[in-house]
Design a protein around this ligand. Structure first.
Ligand SMILES: Nc1ncnc2c1ncn2[C@@H]1O[C@H](COP(=O)(O)OP(=O)(O)OP(=O)(O)O)[C@@H](O)[C@H]1O
Ligand SMILES: [Mg+2]
Length: 249
């Protein structure tokens, strides 16, 4: 497979998912090109988290197809394992292991999943901790770090697996306002380095800086999609206009 930017790395075709009787994702179609950055916003409960969790198979879908870098997501466990290493995920609440040091949080995946030798895993971990400007915290435990620092650790931890795509689920919404920028700065840097990113976020400044496309999810559907300028300045759907008026105030 080539690295041409018009070659989609993620294809979601007629995706449908139910939680019991509840139809949470309704006929979602989405193609993400290599190096593309997409921001997804929308009201609470609209299915944003569910959609991106389906893309690395943290959730199972019932209808339609998801293909990541040529691999279709099915119950094939080997495929799921491959996808999990290729698609990194950063959550709202960091999800670091509290009983492990920062360094051990970062080397766990590479050592156990990628079978990387410990010394090499530690070198890679330090490289990414430098990148997110937090190398001096390597021997502390997550509870000794601020929220912004923990989220930068979570990003570094994902990067240690050398993912091809990074998914972010509201990575700054649990942070105190003064820590939001330090995390967004890391994400902007990552986007400039060419990472393919899908980011669930209501940070408009970030969306305008990095995204090629912004989407509004509503009631399990992608209701509107556009480049950031038109999306924010000239929203077409009444639902998008209402949503944007709410996040602006
Ligand atoms: N495991 C589950 N079982 C049943 N229903 C669920 C489950 N997870 C989510 N839901 C429901 O599915 C809908 C979509 O949830 P989801 O978390 O994807 O929304 P969201 O857009 O990410 O919302 P938020 O902005 O609050 O994070 C919600 O109505 C939610 O209650
Ligand atoms: Mg969510």
């Amino acid at each position: 497979m080539t690295d041409a930017t018009d070659d989609p790395i993620i294809q979601v075709k007629n995706l449908n998912k139910w939680y019991g009787d509840f139809h949470v994702l309704k006929n979602i179609n989405l193609e993400v090109k290599r190096q593309e950055k997409i921001v997804i916003c929308g009201p609470s409960g609209s299915g944003k988290s569910t959609l991106i969790r389906c893309i690395n198979r943290l959730e199972e879908h019932q209808k339609g197809k998801i293909i990541v870098d040529g691999i279709e997501l099915t119950n094939n466990l080997k495929n799921i394992e491959t996808i999990r290493t290729e698609v990194g995920m950063v959550f709202q609440h960091f999800n670091l292991f509290p009983h492990l040091t920062i360094l051990d949080n970062l080397t766990l995946g590479p050592i156990w999943v990628r079978k990387t030798p410990k010394k090499q895993a530690e070198e890679t971990a330090m490289f990414y901790l430098e990148k997110v400007k937090i190398a001096e915290q390597a021997n502390k435990f997550p509870g000794q770090l601020s929220g912004g620092q923990q989220q930068r650790v979570a990003i570094a931890r994902s990067l240690c697996m050398k993912p091809k795509v990074m998914l972010f689920d509201e990575p700054t919404s649990a942070l105190d306002p003064e820590m939001v920028k330090e995390v967004l700065d890391v994400m902007v840097q990552l986007s400039e380095e060419g990472m393919t990113m899908i980011v669930v976020s209501h940070e408009m400044g970030f969306a305008k800086t990095v995204a090629q496309r912004v989407m509004l999810m509503d009631d399990g559907m992608i209701l509107e999609e556009n480049n950031p300028i038109d999306f924010f300045e000239n929203p077409q759907h009444e639902r998008t206009q209402f949503f944007l008026s709410q996040i602006l105030h």
